[in-house]
Write a protein that binds this ligand. Structure first.
Ligand SMILES: [Zn+2]
Ligand SMILES: [Zn+2]
Length: 206
């Protein structure tokens, strides 16, 4: 499996292209903007995108979805408890962001434990609420895409509507860092890390 990271949009939310080297089948995680850059990479690598999967419903992670879908018409998946955000610019905070109001519908509503296969890879959905009610982490092979739940050395904000500090800590401790030390963490903002480093150094997990 290969991962391409594209910091996208004015808030530099990490957009990830995850693909199988054998089949070129791929998914896009969190296209927050800069769709020209995302499309250029997709074309350069000759990827066959099968799904757009959103870690949560905030505007900085969904800002490019509709434009991307105009180029590649594939299903959009989000956890069922964040669906209300997609549909409402006030709930997804885009109405207060520079890009302006973004409202759209999902095609697939995810639940904990769901699996989405593309090529020879499988994305396992882990419900990790706390930053938002329907926040998910996506486990593919020995990598986990954590959205705004877990960052290198930090955690996501819990002061937005629907956020919960207690829940985000529980999600990280009981649902993310339970995986082996060498599991790679790809966060929604900033650099990648791994389970071992976060267990040892993340001040929020002491
Ligand atoms: Zn967020
Ligand atoms: Zn974010």
């Amino acid at each position: 499996m290969k991962v391409v990271t594209i910091p996208a949009g004015i808030y530099a939310a990490n957009c990830y292209l995850v693909y199988s080297e054998n089949t070129k089948k791929a998914i896009v995680i969190d296209p927050g903007g800069d769709v020209d850059d995302i499309m250029a990479k997709i074309e350069e690598l000759n990827l066959d995108i099968e799904y757009i999967i959103l870690t949560h419903g905030h505007g900085d992670h969904i800002g490019g979805v509709l434009e991307l879908k105009s180029f590649i018409d594939v299903p959009i998946a989000i956890h069922k408890e964040d669906e209300y955000m997609l549909k409402n610019g006030n709930q997804n905070l885009s109405s207060q962001m520079v890009m302006g109001t973004i409202e759209l519908n999902a095609d697939i509503l995810l639940e904990d434990g769901d699996e989405i296969s593309f090529g020879d890879l499988t994305a396992k959905i882990i419900h990790t609420p706390g930053h938002t009610p329907g926040g998910i982490s996506i486990k593919i092979g020995n990598s986990i895409f954590t959205g705004d739940t877990l960052f290198a050395g930090s955690i996501g904000r819990t002061d937005f509507p629907g956020g919960s500090y207690k829940e985000i800590i529980s999600s990280i401790k009981n649902r993310i860092i339970i995986y082996p030390d060498e599991t790679i963490i790809y966060p929604g903002h900033g650099p990648a890390t791994n389970v071992k480093i976060e267990k040892a150094n993340n001040p929020f997990l002491r």
